[in-house]
Write a protein that binds this ligand. Structure first.
Ligand code: 3EB
Length: 336
């Protein structure tokens, strides 16, 4: 039988291996996020489904596990599981033709902040937004820009500082239907890391929307003896401008330069031990499935043959961007 890695942290798994992993981690599962053709959902654990094609297979799962037993809570449609150091949560928001998308996001974010404040894990560490029809024009404003607006307003309303409290984030398109948001939160702030090659996202000029996207380029946090660097969705942006329009190869190269630059910043600040080989988990969002070979070749060249990579087909928030890559760098002792 195959050895199951049941240590705390993030695991990618297939449908065939999911049950064995969940069995092995019974009572210690923080959350499960399924991608691809909708299959099934568990009532007992904090889990959600993202209707977004997985490239190369029908389904794939992210499984977050805790070192200690977790407590599950469902309130106001938000499902979460937590231990003393970390909380995983998820929420699915149905399409509502009667409200503006910024209002929908504002309400949801406010509910998330209330949920976190109630449970004593007030600080968002990492958040994933899966938005249907991300490019749709809604009363003269693209949906992604309405999303950024609602998110910003919720940070302000709930007393969060835009730069100091911004989590690491991804925001990508999913198939039409619900909006899915998943997050990690903790009792203490993470340590934000910006990228010297890029303008901070929350300082983008107005051309990208009336309110900038509230996220940090990366956030470092420790829980369950794991030092983890969460690198936000990263694309071929230098300064605040998209680079290499129409050239997927050049965008992949530019994106990897940005990832490297963020990792270098984390190393320089002493958060990560550069001499120790961090465990890298990548999620690659590609506008078209045929771009996979290009992204894969560049990632293997830059990071070697070993990293785990999940390829998903998704619209990226700027139309000219062909790919976006996020990373979880686990630097701690992953004792197994
Ligand atoms: C960028 O760098 C690319 O709005 O939460 C990446 C990660 C992007 C997160 C977000 C957007 C977000 O601006 C887009």
């Amino acid at each position: 039988m195959q050895q199951i890695d049941a240590s705390a942290g993030l695991h990618y798994t297939s449908t065939a291996d999911l049950d064995a992993l969940l069995d092995e981690c019974r009572g210690r599962v923080l959350g499960v996020v399924g991608f691809g053709k909708p299959l099934r959902e568990s009532k007992a654990i904090a889990s959600t489904w993202v209707d977004m094609p997985v490239i190369g297979t029908d389904q794939a799962y992210e499984v977050w596990t805790s070192a200690d037993p977790v407590q599950n809570v469902t309130r106001e449609c938000i499902r979460s599981a937590r231990n003393a150091q970390i909380l995983f949560g998820c929420v699915e928001i149905p399409e509502d033709p009667h409200s503006d998308y910024d209002a929908l996001i504002y309400d949801t974010y406010c509910r998330i902040f209330d949920h976190l404040d109630e449970l004593g894990h007030s600080h968002l560490i990492r958040i994933w937004h899966y938005l249907p029809d991300i490019h749709r024009d809604e009363r003269a404003l693209e949906r992604y820009k309405r999303f950024s607006l609602g998110r910003h307003e919720a940070f302000v309303a709930k007393g969060r500082a835009i730069s100091k409290d911004a989590p690491a984030a991804s925001a990508v398109g999913k198939r039409p239907g619900n909006t899915v948001i998943c997050f990690l939160a903790a009792p203490h702030r993470g340590i934000p890391i910006e990228n010297p090659r890029q303008v901070s996202a929350y300082s983008y000029p107005q051309q990208y929307g009336p309110r900038g996207p509230t996220f940090a380029r990366a956030l470092f946090a420790s829980w369950d003896d794991l030092g983890q660097l969460y690198i936000s969705g990263t694309a071929a942006i230098a300064g605040h401008r998209s680079q290499h329009e129409g050239d997927a190869h050049a965008q992949a190269v530019e994106t990897i330069l940005n990832l490297r630059s963020i990792m270098d910043e984390a190393n320089a600040s002493g958060l990560m031990d550069a001499s120790q080989n961090a465990d890298l988990l990548f999620k690659v969002y590609l506008r078209r499935p045929d771009l996979r070979a290009i992204a894969e070749a560049q990632l293997r060249e830059a990071f070697g043959p070993s990293p785990s990579i999940l390829y998903l087909q998704a619209d990226i928030c700027r139309r000219e961007l062909l790919l976006e890559i996020e990373v979880v760098c686990a630097a701690g002792s992953r004792a197994s």
